[in-house]
Design a protein around this ligand. Structure first.
Ligand code: DGJ
Length: 783
C-alpha cells in the first residue's frame, strides 16, 4: 500500500494513488492525488518552475526558483515565503510565529497507529498501513509528525498530525490542522452540507474562486449549520461521472476547513480543529495530537466518493457489536407524547407497536424528575413514578414480556437551573463567575472539562443502564455552547477541545463495556452528525424534521458522507409538526426506509387500514433491510426538477430497491423514468412496485365521477366507504436482463385529469413508490 523510492512516497489504494516527495530542502511536495497510477517516475506530474518568479521570496539563495509560495505542498509553515494560509499557527519557543518543518525521516508500519486522546478509524494489519513522516523545525527543536493511513479496499486515506515540543521554552498552538494538501486547480466546486435545526445537511455548491472559502462550526459541536464533511468536484461532475474528492474529520467539536485558490493555480485544502477561540500551550516534552481527517477520491462522480465513505464508515468507523448488524425497527414516543404520558398510555402504545411488528420501544424525554416540559428536571435522572409507576425496571420488563426491546432517552451533558442537580452543584454548569449565563432551551451545559462532572455523569448513566433491561440509548444534546469557561483549566483556549475530549471519555467509559447497547446519538436532530460520534454510536438521529419531503433533502445531504446504516429516519403523522405539510403514510415510509426505520406517531390514531399499511411496511422493511441499510446506495441526477431517485443494491447484486419520489406534481407531465444502476447486466431480474394503498378520501369530491350516485366528499357515507374499502396504487411488473433495466425503464403514466384506472400512477404532490428488483435465480431458490 505504501512505497518509498528515491525520496518519493506512493500511497496506493485499490483505485487511487496519493504521491508526494521530499524536496532537496526537506519540504514535502505534492505530486498527485487521484486515479491509481502504476508509474515509477512522477516528474511529469510535478508543478514546474524554470525561472525565478516575480514578487516572491526565495527560500534559499542557492536556488532562485525554489519558492514555497508557488509549490504544491503537503504541509507548509509560516514566514518562509508561502503566503497562503498555513495549516499551523504556532507561537514558537523562540517567541516568533515562524515555523519551517523539514524532513527528518519516516517509518512505515502495518495497521493503524491510533491516536491516544481522540477516537479514530481502526483496521488491522491486513486492512491498512501507516506512514509516519517526521518533520522538525530545527531552530526551535519542535517536531511535527504527519500520519497517513491507507485503507486499501475502501479507497480512503486518513491523515493526522502530532506536534511535540522538544524545547526548554513553551510554545502555544493557535492552529494545528489534521491535514493539508495542494491540488492543481480544475475549476472546483466545493459541495458543503449546510442548514440549521430541522433543515440539516442541505447541499450547497460553491464555485471555488481566488481567495479562501471556509466551512466551519463555532457552536461547540460539529453543528447542524455546516457538517464537517465536504467535497471538491471538478467542473461538470455529476452523480455518476467526473473527478470528486471527499474530505471529513473524525471530530465532534468546532471544525474548520479552508479551501484556498492561489493566483498560481493551486487549491490548498486543509481541515482540522477550528482555530476559533483555540489556544493550546505545550511545555517541554508536551505533545498535541489532532483528530484524524479522512480523504477519498473517485473518478466516478459523487456516487463513487460517497460509496467509498459508506464502506469506510461501515468497516472502519462503526465498531462493537452493532458493526454490520441490522438495526431494529423502533417506535419512539417523542412526537406522539412529548412530555405528557402515563405508564398505561405507554403500554397501550407498546401493545399496538408490537402488533405492527416494532422491535424496539424507545421512551424519549420526560421520564425523570420534574420533567413535564423543557424548563425543569434535566440532570435529575430519577424516574418519575407518577408517570412510570412500575419504575424503569418494571416498565422495561413489561416491554420485554411483550417481545420488544427497551430503549431510553438521556441528555447527560446538560442541566436545567430548575433541577436538583443544579441546586446541589451549580459549579457543574458552564458559566463565567460574575457574568449571567445565556440559556438555550432553558438549560445550561455541564462542564465536561471537570473530571468530577464526568465521574458524576458516568456513574449516574451507568447506574440507570444497569438498573433495568435497556438495550438502546438515545443520547441527546440540545443546545449550542455559550459562556465558555471551566474552572478546571488554566487556559480557556482549551475549553472547546477539552469539552469534546471529556465527552469522548464519558462515552467510552459508559458504553465501552456495554457493546450490546445500541447507542443512537442525537443533538436536536442532526446537530452532531459526525464521524467522531459514529465511533461510539452506530446510528445518529438525522433530524427533528420527519416531513418526508424535507427528509429527501436532509437524507440526500447526509448520504454524500455517511451510509444509510447510520441515519435514524422515522415515519410521523401528517400534517407534519415541522412544516404543516400533508403527506401520505406511504411517502413517509418510502423515505424513511432509506435509513434506520422508526415510527414516531400516536398509533391509536391509525385506522384499521392504516394499521395494516404500517404492518405491511414493517414486514417489507424487515425483509429488505439488509439492502436498505447496507446496500450500495446511488443518488441519480434529477431527470426532472420535481423528482428524486434513489436506489440501493445488495453486495451480490441479487436485489435492489429503487425509490421514486415526486415533490410537486406537474399537470400532464411526460413519462417518468425509473433510473437504475449497479445491476448484474447479464442476469435476469423481476421488477415489481411495492404495493401501497390509496385511500378513498384522497379523491374527495372526485369520487362522484366513479360512483353511480352522489356523496358528500366529507360526509358520513364517504367515511363509511373509506372504512371498508381502500385501493392499491398502480403496481407495475417487468422482467428482463439487468442491462435492459439500466437502459431506461419508463413507468406507467401518472394521473392526467382524464380519468382513472388501476394502471394509472397516482403520486400527486409528495407521492412516491418503491420498486423491488429481484434476480430471478433468487426467486427460484426461494420458491
Ligand atoms: C431533541 C431530539 O432531537 C428529539 O428527538 C427529542 O428527543 C427531544 N430532543 C426531546 O427533548
Amino acid at each position: 500500500m505504501i512505497t518509498y523510492t528515491d525520496g518519493t512516497f506512493h500511497l496506493k489504494t485499490q483505485n487511487t494513488s496519493y504521491i508526494f516527495r521530499v524536496t532537496k530542502f526537506g519540504h514535502i511536495e505534492s505530486l498527485f492525488y487521484g486515479e491509481r497510477l502504476e508509474e515509477q517516475n512522477f516528474e511529469a506530474l510535478a508543478v514546474k518552475q524554470t525561472a525565478e518568479i516575480g514578487s516572491t521570496v526565495k527560500y534559499d539563495e542557492s536556488d532562485p526558483m525554489y519558492s514555497l509560495d508557488t509549490m504544491a505542498l503537503e504541509w507548509s509553515g509560516i514566514g518562509k515565503g508561502d503566503y497562503r494560509h498555513s495549516p499551523a499557527e504556532i507561537k514558537m519557543p523562540d517567541g516568533s510565529f515562524v515555523a519551517d518543518f523539514t524532513y527528518e525521516g519516516h517509518r512505515i508500519t502495518d495497521g493503524n497507529l491510533s491516536p491516544a486522546s481522540v477516537p479514530s478509524s481502526y483496521g488491522d494489519t491486513k486492512d491498512c498501513q501507516t506512514l509516519e513522516i517526521i518533520l522538525s523545525d530545527r531552530v526551535n527543536l519542535v517536531t511535527l509528525l504527519l500520519y497517513f493511513t491507507v485503507y486499501e479496499k475502501t479507497d480512503v486515506i486518513t491523515r493526522r498530525t502530532v506536534l511535540k515540543n522538544g524545547n526548554e521554552n513553551p510554545l502555544v498552538i493557535r492552529k494545528l490542522m489534521s491535514m493539508m494538501t495542494d491540488l492543481p486547480d480544475r475549476n472546483y466546486t466545493c459541495v458543503t452540507f449546510q442548514g440549521g435545526w430541522i433543515r440539516e445537511t442541505h447541499r450547497q455548491d460553491t464555485q471555488i474562486r481566488m481567495g479562501l472559502y471556509v466551512n466551519e462550526s463555532t457552536t461547540g459541536a460539529s453543528s447542524n449549520r455546516r457538517n464537517p464533511g465536504f467535497l471538491l468536484a471538478e467542473q461538470g461532475a455529476t452523480e455518476t461521472q467526473g473527478r470528486v474528492y471527499g474530505f471529513n474529520l473524525i471530530y465532534s467539536g468546532n471544525h474548520y476547513s479552508g479551501i484556498e485558490l492561489s493566483d498560481r493555480g493551486l487549491v490548498r485544502v486543509m481541515t482540522g480543529i477550528n482555530p476559533y477561540c483555540f489556544e493550546w500551550p505545550l511545555e517541554k516534552d508536551g505533545e498535541f495530537e489532532t483528530p484524524e481527517a479522512v480523504m477519498t477520491f473517485s473518478a466516478d462522480g459523487y456516487n463513487g466518493t460517497s460509496g467509498h465513505f459508506h464502506d469506510f464508515v461501515n468497516e472502519h468507523i462503526v465498531r462493537g457489536d452493532w458493526k454490520g448488524k441490522e438495526r431494529p425497527v423502533l417506535l419512539n414516543t417523542w412526537e406522539s407524547n412529548f412530555f405528557s404520558f402515563t405508564e398505561r398510555k405507554l403500554m397501550r402504545l407498546a401493545v399496538r407497536a408490537k402488533k405492527l411488528g416494532v422491535e424496539l420501544f424507545v421512551l424519549d424525554d420526560g421520564w425523570f424528575g420534574k420533567r413535564d416540559n423543557d424548563k425543569a428536571g434535566l440532570g435529575d435522572y430519577t424516574v418519575n413514578r407518577k408517570k412510570l409507576r412500575s419504575g424503569l425496571q418494571g416498565f422495561s420488563r413489561k416491554i420485554g414480556r411483550l417481545g420488544m426491546r427497551f430503549g431510553l432517552w438521556f441528555e447527560p451533558e446538560m442541566a436545567n437551573p430548575d433541577s436538583d442537580l443544579f441546586r446541589a452543584h451549580p459549579e457543574y454548569a458552564v458559566q463565567i463567575p460574575g457574568r449571567t449565563p445565556s440559556y438555550g432551551r432553558n438549560q445550561l451545559v455541564l462542564d465536561l472539562c471537570n473530571p468530577e462532572v464526568r465521574d458524576y455523569i458516568v456513574a449516574s448513566v451507568r447506574g440507570i443502564l444497569d438498573s433495568a433491561d435497556i438495550s438502546y440509548v438515545k443520547w441527546d444534546m440540545n443546545r449550542h455552547m455559550s459562556d465558555m469557561y471551566s474552572k478546571c483549566i488554566g487556559n480557556q483556549g482549551e475549553f472547546f477541545h477539552r469539552y469534546i475530549l471529556g465527552l469522548y471519555n464519558i462515552l467510552g467509559r459508559i458504553f465501552g463495556d456495554r457493546p450490546q447497547i445500541l447507542l443512537e446519538s442525537c443533538s436536536s436532530g442532526g446537530n452532531r452528525f459526525d464521524l467522531g460520534m459514529l465511533c461510539y454510536s452506530p446510528q445518529i438521529w438525522s433530524s427533528d424534521d420527519t416531513d418526508p419531503v424535507e427528509r429527501l433533502e436532509i437524507q440526500r445531504g447526509l448520504s454524500y458522507l455517511y451510509p444509510l446504516s447510520t441515519m435514524g429516519a422515522h415515519v410521523s403523522w401528517s400534517p407534519h409538526q415541522q412544516t404543516l405539510r400533508t403527506t401520505t403514510l406511504a411517502s413517509c415510509f418510502n423515505t424513511a426506509s432509506f435509513g434506520c426505520l422508526g415510527y414516531e406517531l400516536d398509533l391509536s390514531f391509525l385506522s384499521r387500514f392504516q394499521k395494516k399499511e404500517v404492518s405491511e411496511q414493517i414486514a417489507f422493511y424487515k425483509e429488505h433491510r439488509s439492502v436498505l441499510q447496507y446496500g450500495t446506495f446511488y443518488r441519480f441526477d434529477p431527470l426532472k426538477a420535481n423528482k428524486v431517485h434513489w436506489e440501493t443494491v445488495s453486495g451480490d447484486r441479487s436485489r435492489a430497491i429503487a425509490g421514486f419520489f415526486q415533490t410537486q406534481v406537474k399537470a400532464a407531465e411526460s413519462f417518468d423514468f425509473l433510473p437504475l444502476t449497479g445491476l448484474d447486466l447479464s442476469s435476469r431480474y423481476l421488477l415489481r412496485t411495492r404495493p401501497q394503498p390509496v385511500y378513498i378520501n384522497r379523491f374527495g369530491h372526485l369520487i362522484n365521477f366513479l360512483l353511480p350516485f352522489h356523496i358528500h366528499p366529507e360526509g358520513f357515507l364517504m367515511r363509511l366507504i373509506s372504512k371498508f374499502y381502500r385501493m392499491t396504487d398502480c403496481v407495475e411488473e417487468y422482467e428482463g436482463y439487468g442491462a435492459m433495466f439500466e437502459a431506461g425503464l419508463k413507468l406507467n403514466n401518472q394521473f392526467e385529469g382524464t380519468g382513472y384506472n388501476t394502471a394509472t400512477r397516482l403520486p400527486g404532490d409528495f407521492g412516491s413508490n418503491l420498486y423491488v428488483l429481484t434476480r430471478l435465480e433468487e426467486i427460484g431458490k426461494a420458491g
